[in-house]
Write a protein that binds this ligand. Structure first.
Ligand SMILES: [Fe+2]
Ligand SMILES: [Fe+2]
Length: 188
């Protein structure tokens, strides 16, 4: 079947301007997961330090600031890749016609939970509360890691099976590259 995109064929000038993002749309999504996972490992290391000795020093604050700066740029872009590009395509597929509670709905609900967890981290840092910051950081690590695993094991394989037309794949990749170019995000 034909999956209709909103904008037709991609603009090759946009694609060429982001040549560092190789691969198809699903490769971009999975590569972004890898980069987010690297930062979650660092976040976990800081959280374990805060939890174990309760010391909220400048070094740990700098590590948190660095990780958060990346996550606050990369995650909204990655979420838009899914919620504004991939999921609308999937919802128009006959397989989901009249279906309630799709895997996409579940993933979107989890995205909202992640935003709450992110706010908890801000509160802990603002109050220089080592225990609260450690809890909030570990919550983000656990929740987001599990979310990515579900997408990689269930949602992305399903989407790869349903979205196969070159025009749809090109359109998705072009949207994703354009988001990164607009945000100056070069490593996700
Ligand atoms: Fe997601
Ligand atoms: Fe994802």
């Amino acid at each position: 079947m034909t999956i209709h995109t909103n904008h037709g064929r991609p603009d090759p000038r946009r694609a060429a301007s982001c040549a560092h993002h190789e691969g198809d749309a699903f490769d971009i999504l999975e590569t972004c997961h890898d980069h987010i996972r690297q930062r979650l490992e660092r976040l976990q290391a800081v959280a374990e330090g805060l939890r174990d000795d309760g010391t909220f020093d400048e070094h740990r604050l700098a590590m948190l600031t660095d990780v958060i700066a990346f996550l606050d740029t990369a995650i909204p872009i990655h979420t838009a890749d899914e919620e504004s590009t991939l999921f609308p395509l999937l919802r128009r597929h006959p397989e989901f016609k009249g279906v309630d509670n799709t895997p996409m709905d579940c993933m979107e609900m989890q995205h909202r939970v992640h935003q709450d967890a992110r706010r908890d981290l801000d509160v802990g840092i603002l109050e220089r509360d080592a225990a609260a910051t450690a809890r909030a950081a570990m919550n983000i690590v656990v929740e987001y890691s599990d979310h990515m695993r579900r997408e990689e094991e269930i949602l992305y394989p399903m989407a790869r099976r349903l979205v196969t037309e070159p025009v749809a794949l090109d359109w998705m990749a072009d949207e994703m590259r354009a988001r990164r170019a607009a945000a100056g995000l070069t490593d996700c």
